[in-house]
Design a protein around this ligand. Structure first.
Ligand code: ARG
Length: 339
């Protein structure tokens, strides 16, 4: 039997994908990435096995995500189209890397994901997989299966007795990890519609934030944040702490029209309290310690770095070359910024 490693979320699409792939003759191994989305992995794991996965992997990638993905983007000052700090985009090459690793470990010949044909994530998963191992077959069930609507998919789930989560499905498409939260679809598709308060989870409405300023001193060593108000934090704890401080002050809400990789414009909303604080403080520190020509040159590199990240080209030689350049610029980016 051919084996496939499916990036599984526990939602309707990837649950149906397990059964659909099995019907196509595959032995399905479900794979879940913990990038700090705070889910009940045990419950989801049980559901995957009940649906028919022969094995389930849950991989804790939080530390690696911060150290090898978020922090390099912080040093680079990566921001897409001037507004998006790339939380979702940064997680995809990491998830794909582990998916390929598990495929090798399990001697699987294919990987599968539950992305649709409209978004960026399908490209990021597939390009990364292809860069790491071009011999792996890539299957995107949602893009090719016969269901024309969610209702048809639900009927299929019922017919095949696929256990699906009964809680009401959110009208939004949401992706969350340690670095931020992305919200799209539903009423947000109309750019005239003010984002309803219900879409936010990490940030308070600025109207409900304290009426007096919260001050923080953020200390960096070689371009990376290490201390808040003189106290050291581990990389994960530092992001969590800044998410709380920023969130309480309504920091990090973004509302934008974004140019997707696939040629579609889309309305996107983001919450990124920690990332926003770090991005601003880092830029202020650089303005104090870097020389004019480095600052100007680095602007061009940041722009390119954000583009490559957004396009899923994290594993390319040019991205690694830019990392070398950026690391060189960060040698003197040490000091404390008060916000
Ligand atoms: N537009 C953002 C990006 O391409 C966010 C995507 C969010 N993904 C999702 N499944 N809701 O990076």
């Amino acid at each position: 039997m051919k084996k496939v490693v499916l990036a599984y979320s526990g939602g309707l699409d990837t649950s149906c994908a397990i059964t659909w792939l099995k019907d196509k003759g595959y032995d399905v191994i479900a794979f879940m990435a913990d990038v700090g989305q705070g889910e009940d992995f045990d419950a989801i794991k049980k559901r995957a096995l009940k649906t028919g996965a022969s094995k389930v992997y849950v991989v804790d990638m939080k530390k690696e995500f911060v150290l090898d993905y978020i922090f390099p983007a912080v040093k680079a000052g990566a921001i897409y189209e001037g507004k998006y700090l790339l939380a979702t985009a940064l997680s995809r090459p990491l998830i794909a890397k582990h998916q390929v690793r598990i495929a090798h470990q399990e001697k699987a010949t294919a990987i599968a994901h539950g992305c649709t044909g409209k978004g960026n994530d399908q490209v990021r998963f597939e390009v990364t997989s292809y860069l790491l191992d071009p011999t792996l077959e890539i299957i995107a069930p949602v893009r090719i299966w016969e269901f024309k609507s969610r209702e048809e998919e639900m009927d299929y789930a019922k017919e095949k007795k696929i256990p699906i989560n009964v809680t009401k499905k959110s009208p939004y498409s949401i992706d969350i990890n340690l670095y931020g939260r992305s919200i799209e679809c539903g009423v947000l598709e109309d750019p005239w519609v003010e984002p309803p308060e219900e879409i936010y989870y990490l940030t308070k409405n600025p109207l409900k934030a304290p009426n007096k300023p919260t001050y923080i001193d953020l200390e960096f060593v070689k371009g990376l944040p290490v201390k808040i108000n003189g106290k050291s934090y581990s990389p994960i704890a530092l992001l969590e702490k800044l998410n709380t401080i920023g969130g309480n002050n309504g920091v990090g809400r973004v509302d934008m029209i974004e140019n997707r990789l696939v040629g579609i414009k889309s309305r996107e909303n983001y919450e990124n309290p920690a990332g926003t604080i770090i991005y601003i403080a880092h830029k202020e520190l650089e303005s104090l310690v870097l020389d004019r020509e480095t600052i100007h040159q680095k602007e061009a590199v940041s722009h390119k770095y954000a583009e490559l990240t957004y396009y899923g080209l994290w594993e390319t030689p040019v991205k690694k070359q830019l990392d070398a350049y950026i690391n060189k610029t960060q040698e003197t980016v040490t000091g404390t910024i008060r916000l």
